[in-house]
Design a protein around this ligand. Structure first.
Ligand code: ADP
Length: 488
């Protein structure tokens, strides 16, 4: 099958969160099982054409939208170390000159609508130009949702696209791509597309609706989240549309790239280890403690977090319980990027607990790897979590997750029972009761004291197979469903 994978972020080129991990790994897994999968993403400033040797395959392709006429170049490169073809949409004004992907200093770029209309149109125009007709175009989140719409409404009239179906993956329902309704003319669409059944969202435009309404099939990244987004609590007002399409909505749990996330080969971490040599993990812990200026002590449990600093991730839940948690015998190391209110909270807290708390602000892929390898426990107190990759990466590094029971976390983490040895993590549920969270921390710390049982727990989770093999096959099945929907 020929598949074009459209994503606004892809590892290793550009990343803000889990979407990039998925976009860098799923296509690779699909190529390995014999499909022709190509990726397309914008060429941001950090996607250096020197670092990723690229050839210019189309120059000065004109893309029109609204009253704008922009030229884009299309470069072709590969995911390093693989044969997966990657197309880069190059336009200096909208992408190449931007330091970040979507925002700067916590503020969205004011022209994000223009940027992703340009990208979405360029995707379809360039396919015609290179004369490559994918069976399926797989779009991801609001940044590429318009491709699903254009494929049916405007470009859909072109026989070139008659045999191309679309899949829309929701990685996070809360990010809908909301823009002022008076910018609708930029989309070059008939007025009837701006109604509550289509793109309108309380007078604004919600780009995600282009995917929800027009994709042939829709999926999200865990089975639980596929059900949750069809409820008022998690649907953000779009649950009605999803319920009306419930037969087309699927859940496929994410995998992780087991080549990249591998403590036996990870080029960043201090000491390599595997399930049979998990005791060597402690060298990474000692290094992490030293790097973070915390006392080096194997016996003190280290709790790690690597996360976007956003309400979704449950930092308010953590804040309620924080002072009591910090009274316990533990160390806490955070790496996070995001909302200033959480940054301030942690910076203040770090002054209070210099021997127990280390705060690292910013996006830092290498430090993330060190935290996965060096921590004993990994915290994800999320309010909601479409899939969550942190817990899966933690498993791979023998780091035990402590999570809130929601979405993909509920699907992948099970409470550890010290009596039977069953389970693989620590779970709490209540968001407004700090003691529920604190209890889970206490259970974890007690379990950590039993060195032998802890090591068998680590070995067990390190042997889990969360590679993409199984989920990639499910995507092939999903692509076939999408093709059935267009009668193929
Ligand atoms: P989300 O996509 O909601 O941010 P996921 O758990 O699905 O959450 O994926 C997050 C991914 O981003 C993981 O690979 C995690 O290690 C990485 N990540 C998150 N924050 C940072 C950060 N500040 N620095 C480096 N990596 C980060």
């Amino acid at each position: 099958m020929k598949i074009l994978y459209v994503s606004s972020e892809v590892v290793p080129f550009a990343k803000t969160g889990g979407l990039a991990d998925v976009a860098g790994a799923l296509p690779k897994a699909l190529v390995q099982i014999g499909h022709d999968v190509r990726i397309i993403l914008p060429r941001y400033k950090m996607v250096s054409l020197e670092k990723y040797p690229s050839k210019l395959i189309i120059e000065d392709l004109i893309i029109k939208f609204g009253t704008v006429n922009e030229k884009v170049n299309i470069y072709e490169t590969k995911i390093p170390g693989t044969e997966v073809i990657v197309y880069l949409v190059d336009n200096d004004k909208f992408f190449g000159s931007r330091d970040q992907l979507y925002q700067v200093k916590g503020e969205d770029y004011p022209d994000n609508l223009e940027r992703f209309v340009l990208f979405s149109k360029a995707v379809l125009v360039m396919l015609r130009e290179i004369n490559w007709q994918p069976h399926v175009i797989h779009c991801n989140d609001w940044q590429s949702a318009l491709v699903c719409l254009y494929l049916k409404v405007t470009f859909g009239k072109d026989p070139f696209f008659a045999r191309t179906a679309s899949v829309y993956s929701i990685h996070n329902m809360a990010y809908m791509g909301i823009f002022p309704g008076d910018k609708f003319n930029l989309l070059d669409l008939p007025k009837e597309e701006f109604t509550p059944e289509k793109l309108e969202y309380w007078g604004n435009i919600a780009l995600a609706k282009a995917g929800l309404v027009y994709a042939d099939v829709i999926n999200t990244v865990s089975e639980t989240y596929a059900k949750e987004i069809q409820t008022t609590e998690f649907g953000y007002g779009l649950d009605g549309i999803l319920r009306s399409r419930t037969k087309d909505v699927y859940g496929i749990v994410n995998g992780i790239d087991c080549d990249l996330w591998n403590p036996a080969t990870d080029p960043i971490i201090a000491k390599h280890y595997n399930a049979n040599t998990v005791s060597m993990k402690s060298a990474n812990k000692l290094k992490l403690q030293a790097d973070n200026k915390l006392p080096q002590d194997e016996k003190i449990p280290v709790l790690g977090i690597v996360s976007r600093l956003a309400k979704q991730k449950g930092f308010d839940i953590l804040a309620q319980a924080f002072s009591q948690m910090m009274e316990m015998d533990l160390q806490f190391i955070l790496l996070g990027d995001g909302e200033p209110q959480y940054q301030n909270f942690f910076v203040d807290a770090a002054k209070k607990y210099p021997k127990k708390l280390a705060i690292n602000l910013g996006f830092n892929a290498a430090l993330a790897q060190e935290i996965y390898a060096g921590s004993d426990l990994f915290l994800m107190p999320s309010h909601y979590e479409p899939c969550g990759l942190g817990q899966l990466i933690s498993f791979r590094y023998g780091t035990i997750p402590l999570v809130r029971k929601t979405g993909g976390l509920a699907d992948t983490v099970h409470e550890f029972d010290p009596k039977t040895g069953e389970g693989d993590g620590f779970i709490f549920e209540r968001t407004t009761d700090p003691f529920d969270f604190l209890d889970a921390v206490k259970r974890a710390l007690t379990a950590f004291q039993n060195k032998k049982a802890w090591e068998s727990l680590q070995k067990k989770v390190m042997d889990y197979n969360y590679s993409w093999d199984t989920s990639a096959k499910k995507y092939v099945w999903l692509y076939k469903k999408a093709l059935e929907k267009i009668g193929l």
